[in-house]
Design a protein around this ligand. Sequence first.
Ligand code: ADP
Length: 205
Amino acid sequence: KLVAAPAGTKPRPTLAGPKTIPVPSKALNDRVGVVRGDITTLGVDAIVNAANRSLLGGGGVDGAIHRAAGAGLVRECERLGGCATGAAKITGAYRLPCRRVIHAVGPVYDPGEHEASETDLASCYTRSLELAAENGCRSVAFSALSTGVYGYPSRWAAPAALSAVRKFLVDHPARAGIDKVIFVTFEKKDVDAYNESLPIFFPPV
Ligand code: ADP
């Protein structure tokens, strides 16, 4: 039985479940992982930066990536003309051990517009993987986009991220492109959120 919400209250977001029940697949599970550590140290093909629309660097992981990459990165970013929320752009990696940096602009979380925030966040993950694949990157490490100063609660950001990544991996077999996606974070709250959502989106075989 449906009960109307009291006037003036907003519907609360629920843990976004998958739209279809994911089929267990070891091959899919082998393509994802969670790492607690510093994304600037990873020798993967591409790391995904939690950038802002200017693409000119900022705090958090963005600052750490620019510091580690050196001034060449901001000079290349200056030529990109910024980036829209929900989109991503790719650059070289300069002094970083990875090969490319993908700069994705996550949403500033708005609790009154949860679905729009979720759409923008999912789009960052999908667009980043498309860019990686187009540029021959087989291993991709994601920052926990929007979960720092942009305020997206980790318990909702993780399922949005995993849902988008799963859909991409199902649609794009490993032999054709990306074979490893790693979720990297400093924070216990993000690790906990990924570990809670992983068995939902990548069920154990
Ligand atoms: P946003 O502005 O999109 O919210 P932040 O950079 O503030 O992005 O935070 C994104 C996440 O990245 C946070 O969980 C933060 O703790 C984490 N983080 C910060 N520095 C690093 C780093 N060097 N490696 C991995 N994760 C990092």
